[in-house]
Design a protein around this ligand. Structure first.
Ligand code: NAI
Length: 302
């Protein structure tokens, strides 16, 4: 089995370094024409330069691939529109969007000023929204598209000093879940990668023994798979780090169902609390399905 992207056009945001660079190189190596978007700023999002995107475009071309640079910020609707226009102007179509661009403004919550919270939300959550929104009509109307969000364990698992980042990264999963429902009937699949790799963003944070294995090249195959025609899943979160891969998913406890024709007292809830929260009996959450229906059905109320 060989997975190829011939005649496919991909946008990878924040592809001038780190993970985005690895994603762009792999997609291009397998035949995709790639828009290498990167603002070229610092880890905290300040500044900008063309060198980041230009370097990766040159690398792709040197390896025989096809790529074009774009230097816009994902964090504005105008920038996002220009990113999409770069793809359609240069290559005449668009099939794949990898929302990867990101910044960090880590601080404990008590010390975090609203500007740092906002900047992180603007790049990760709103940036992914803006680029996806600009691309959506094309993907939806041509009845083919692959969109990848980049989430993080900082959101799904929590991490000290990253309330802004964790909120943005979890926001992306809600965005993914709802968009996946809307895209499904037109073969626009929306999935997420939760990566772990040593990049300039993480190099100071990970112990050396673990860092050796955390190569961005180990994350790229998972992202490229989610971008491929072979991928049939949607709203799926894939963890990829150090050549290890898994899925993060949400489960809901079986819980407790009282008779909805009668009042529920505070004490009834308090007594039921251990059963409400008991993780021994859980159901995987299914996209667009709500457990109220299941529980009421069980007692014959609907
Ligand atoms: P990185 O700092 O090497 O790469 C991020 C790139 O995004 C940079 O080249 C930067 O210039 C670009 N960028 C930042 N703001 C932008 C904007 N407004 N518009 C366009 N480009 C912009 O960091 P890394 O590690 O490669 O991060 C990539 C993604 O993976 C981010 O979304 C990050 O949050 C996520 N991630 C990374 C993890 C890791 O272990 N490295 C862990 C979990 C998530």
């Amino acid at each position: 089995m060989t997975i190829r992207f011939d005649n496919r056009v991909a946008i990878v945001t924040g592809a001038g370094a780190g993970l985005g660079r690895a994603h762009a190189l792999l997609l291009a190596e397998r035949g995709a024409k790639v828009v290498v978007n990167d603002l070229g700023g610092a880890v905290d999002g300040r500044g900008g330069a063309h060198a980041a995107a230009d370097t990766v475009v040159a690398e792709i071309k040197k390896r025989g691939g096809t790529a074009v640079a774009n230097y816009d910020s994902v964090a504005t609707p105008e920038g996002a529109k220009r990113i999409v226009k770069t793809a359609t102007d240069a290559f005449g179509r668009l099939d794949i969007v990898v929302n990867n661009a990101g910044i960090l403004r880590d601080k404990s919550f008590g010390k975090m000023d609203p500007g740092d919270f906002d900047a992180v939300m603007q790049v990760h959550l709103f940036g992914s929204y803006h680029v996806t929104q600009a691309a959506w009509p094309i993907l939806y109307q041509q009845k083919y598209g692959r969109v990848v969000m980049t989430t993080s364990v900082a959101g799904t698992n929590g991490n000290f000093g990253q309330t802004n980042y964790g909120a943005a990264k979890m926001g992306l999963l809600g965005f993914m879940n709802c968009l996946a429902i809307e895209g499904a009937k037109n073969n626009v699949l929306v999935n997420a990668i939760s990566p772990g790799a040593i990049t300039r963003m993480t190099e100071a944070l990970v112990p050396a023994a673990r860092a050796t294995y955390m190569k961005a090249e180990f994350v790229a195959p998972a992202v490229a798979y989610l971008c491929s025609e072979d991928c049939k899943v949607t709203a799926t979160i894939i963890n990829a780090s150090s050549a290890g891969y898994s899925r993060t998913h949400y489960f809901e406890t079986d819980g407790v169902q009282f008779d909805p024709d009668k009042p529920v007292t505070l004490e009834m809830f308090a007594e039921a609390f251990p059963a409400v929260t008991d993780l021994k009996a859980v159901e995987p959450i299914a996209l667009g399905v709500f457990s109220t229906e299941r529980r009421l059905k069980k007692i014959g109320k609907v």
